[in-house]
Design a protein around this ligand. Structure first.
Ligand SMILES: Cc1cc2nc3c(=O)[nH]c(=O)nc-3n(C[C@H](O)[C@H](O)[C@H](O)COP(=O)(O)OP(=O)(O)OC[C@H]3O[C@@H](n4cnc5c(N)ncnc54)[C@H](O)[C@@H]3O)c2cc1C
Length: 374
C-alpha cells in the first residue's frame, strides 16, 4: 500500500472507466489515489466485448462515442500488444428491406457528421463476410470502429497512471466520501480533495435515489479460426434488443479477436442478479448467431461467461458531480458502451476537475437528470 499523503482526487473503482480517469487525471498533473477491492479490470470490464463503436441512438450518445473513438485512435499506437487493438471496422447487417432503410438512414447520419460509412449491397456484403448466410440484403460498414481486450487496457491505464505518480490501494473499498476525505472499509481515512465513483453497477447501491440497474449479458468465446469473420458483425435487430428496457433479448453479434478467436454475443436481461450462465439464454443467443452464420455450427466453444452492464433509464452515462455531496463525482451508467466511452469520460471529468473547456458539452451526462427519474 502507498504511503498516506493527501490526494487531489481519489478514484473509486479500477474498471476501464476508473482506470482511464486515473490515467487522465495523473497525466494532467493531479495527485491521484485509486481504490479497487478486487482485480483491476475484473468487473464488467472483464466481461465486455471490447467493441469500440460510434453509435447514433441520440445526439449525446453520438457525441460521446465519436469523441472517444478519436481518442482511442490517437492512443492506439501506444497500446501494448496484450490490449489486442484490432482496427477491423463494424458491419451492421440488414436482413430485410426495412433494415436496409435503416442502413441508408444511418449512412446519411454518419456521413453528415464526418464519420466514414459505406453501404454494402448483397454481393459486397457476401464478399466481405463469406460465412454469413446467403441472402442478407446488405450492410453498413463503419471502417473506423475497432476492437480491444478490455481488462488489459484497464491494467495498462492503471500501470501508466502509477508511472505518473498515482497510488493504488488494492483490496480496499471506498465506503464514504465527502469534499476533502474518503473512508475505506478498513477504517483508513484518505485525504482527497475530490472523489470520483467509477464503481459500475455498485454505484446503484451506494447512492440513494440513483437509478442504475444491472443488465445481464452472456458471451461465448471459441477456439481459433483466423479469417472466419473479418469485421465486428452486428444484426440491425440488435438496436431493438438494446433499446428494450424490460424484455430479455438476444442479438447476433460476432467479433473477430486478434488471436483468431471469435467472441459471440450477445444477450440483455433485467431483474437478474445471479451471474450464473443460463442455458436457455445461451442457447437462444447461439441459435440467433447460427441463423445469421450457419457455419458457426461447426466451431468449438472454449468458454462462456456473463457480466452486468450498468444501465440508466435514458441510456446515457452519468458523468459529473453527485448532486448531494460537494466534492463527489460519478462516472458510471455506461451500459453496453463503457469500453468505447471510457476515454471521453476521463477527459470530460478531468476538464471538470481542472476547469478546462471540454471538447463536447457535458450537460447531457449530468447525474442530476438521473435522480429525477428515481
Ligand atoms: C456482455 C457484455 C458485453 C459488453 N460489450 C461491450 C462492448 O462491446 N463495447 C463497450 O464499449 N462496452 C461493452 N460492455 C459494457 C462495458 O463492459 C462496461 O460499460 C464497462 O466495462 C464499465 O466499466 P466500469 O469501469 O464502469 O465498471 P467495472 O468494470 O464494473 O468496474 C467497476 C469497478 O469498481 C469496483 N468497485 C465497486 N465498488 C467499489 C467501491 N465501493 N470502492 C472501490 N471500488 C469499487 C469494482 O470492483 C470494479 O472493479 C459490455 C458489457 C457486457 C456485460
Amino acid at each position: 500500500m502507498a504511503a498516506a499523503i493527501s490526494y487531489d482526487v481519489l478514484v473509486a473503482g479500477a474498471g476501464i472507466v476508473g482506470a482511464a480517469c486515473a490515467l487522465e487525471f495523473a497525466r494532467s498533473g493531479l495527485a491521484v489515489a485509486i481504490v479497487e477491492p478486487a482485480e483491476v479490470g475484473g468487473g464488467a470490464t472483464a466481461a465486455g466485448m471490447g467493441h469500440l463503436a460510434v453509435m447514433d441512438d441520440s445526439p449525446a450518445q453520438f457525441a460521446l462515442t465519436s469523441y472517444s473513438q478519436a481518442l482511442w485512435s490517437d492512443l492506439s499506437a501506444e497500446l501494448p500488444r496484450d490490449v489486442e487493438y484490432l482496427p477491423c471496422g463494424s458491419l451492421w447487417i440488414a436482413a430485410d428491406e426495412m433494415e436496409m432503410d435503416e442502413v441508408r438512414r444511418k449512412h446519411g447520419y454518419y456521413t453528415a457528421r464526418g464519420i466514414a460509412a459505406e453501404i454494402l449491397d448483397e454481393c459486397a456484403l457476401a464478399d466481405a463476410e463469406p460465412n454469413l448466410r446467403p441472402g442478407m440484403i446488405g450492410g453498413l460498414l463503419l471502417a473506423r470502429d475497432s476492437v480491444i481486450y478490455p481488462p488489459c487496457a484497464a491494467r495498462h491505464f492503471v500501470a501508466e497512471a502509477r508511472k505518473h505518480g498515482a497510488s493504488l490501494f488494492q483490496g480496499r473499498r471506498v465506503m464514504k466520501a465527502e469534499k476533502g476525505a474518503a473512508w475505506l472499509d478498513d477504517g483508513t481515512r484518505l485525504i482527497a480533495g475530490k472523489t470520483v465513483f467509477a464503481t459500475g453497477t455498485a454505484a446503484g447501491a451506494t447512492f440513494r435515489g440513483l437509478n442504475v440497474q444491472p443488465r445481464k449479458g452472456h458471451l461465448l468465446i471459441t477456439d481459433r479460426y483466423p479469417g472466419f469473420v473479418n469485421h465486428q458483425l452486428i444484426e440491425l435487430g440488435y438496436l431493438k434488443s438494446a433499446h428494450s428496457l424490460q424484455t430479455d433479448s438476444v442479438a447476433f453479434n460476432v467479433q473477430p479477436r486478434k488471436t483468431g478467436q471469435l467472441l459471440i454475443g450477445s444477450s440483455r436481461q433485467y431483474g437478474v442478479d445471479d451471474p450464473a450462465i443460463e442455458a436457455a439464454m445461451m442457447s437462444n443467443m447461439l441459435r440467433r448467431a447460427i441463423e445469421y452464420m450457419p457455419a458457426l455450427r461447426g466451431v468449438s466453444a472454449i468458454r462462456g461467461w456473463t457480466g452486468f452492464r450498468a444501465a440508466t433509464p435514458d441510456k446515457l452515462p452519468l458523468i459529473g458531480p453527485y448532486p448531494d455531496a460537494e466534492g463527489v463525482y460519478l462516472a458510471t451508467g455506461h451500459e453496453g458502451l463503457g469500453i468505447s466511452t471510457s476515454l471521453a469520460t476521463a477527459k470530460l471529468l478531468a476538464d471538470l476537475l481542472l476547469n478546462r473547456q471540454s471538447a463536447i458539452p457535458l450537460e447531457p451526462y449530468a447525474p442530476t437528470r438521473n435522480f429525477a427519474h428515481a
